[in-house]
Design a protein around this ligand. Structure first.
Ligand SMILES: [Zn+2]
Length: 223
């Protein structure tokens, strides 16, 4: 990236999970000023917010937490209703809140405007089979145009993980020198277990499989 870019400010959409924490370190490497935004919307585990806060504090980054609890009005689902089971067999998981990412990015954009951040970084990804249409590259490009028009600013939305699978996301964190940090400090698990997690939920399985694949390939290279 150019030197000029480094002088600018970036806002990272941050949940305290593996993907967005990788984005946090990506942002720190590429931008002079980095701030974080976390959306609170009745997550199954308030622990997610605690984990996000702890990482933000440890990294010395300004952390905005926005209350999005109104989302629970839109969809009774596994993430916001503790009594529902998470079903990973459907094409679109039942953790789906319609247009959630559209809403989050809109709020991130309004915040970015206020704090004078040109760059917005989000860990959305087309390759993790989550099936969320508002996480696809085409939507992000459209959103970038829409936000810039809505606020008459030249925003740039960065999606460093868009075309990476979980193995490649681990590889990126290793390149950034933070693989162990991300492995030990982040929360991806649906059951609220930090680091390697419960090991059985779909999120843990995806994360673990990617890590094993990456470490195996890395081991093979260094033999
Ligand atoms: Zn788990």
């Amino acid at each position: 990236m150019s030197k000029a870019l480094k002088q600018e400010k970036a806002l990272v959409v941050f949940s305290g999970g593996q993907d967005s924490t990788t984005c946090l370190f990506y942002a720190k490497q590429h931008f002079k000023d980095v701030e974080l935004v976390t959306f609170e919307y009745g997550q199954r585990h308030a622990k997610e917010i605690e984990v996000a806060k702890a990482i933000a504090q440890e990294q010395g980054l300004k952390h905005h937490i926005l209350d999005m609890s109104l989302l629970s009005q839109l969809s009774p689902n596994a993430l916001t209703s503790p009594d529902m089971e998470i079903d990973s067999t459907d094409d679109i998981p039942n953790t789906f809140v319609p247009a959630r990412n559209l809403l989050f990015l809109s709020f991130a954009g309004a915040l970015a405007y206020q704090i004078n951040a040109k760059h917005i970084i989000t860990g959305v990804c087309e390759t993790d089979f989550s099936g969320y249409p508002d996480c696809r590259d085409q939507f992000i490009k459209s959103m970038n145009v829409t936000m810039s028009l809505a606020m008459d600013r030249d925003f740039v939305i960065h999606t460093p993980l868009m075309w990476l699978d979980k193995k490649e996301t681990w590889a990126l964190s290793d390149e950034l020198g933070v693989l162990d940090y991300i492995r030990n400090k982040t929360l991806t698990c649906y059951n609220g277990v930090v680091a390697d997690g419960c090991g059985t939920c779909p999120a843990c399985q995806l994360r673990q499989r990617g890590l094993e694949q990456y470490l195996e390939e890395k081991g093979a290279r260094t033999l």
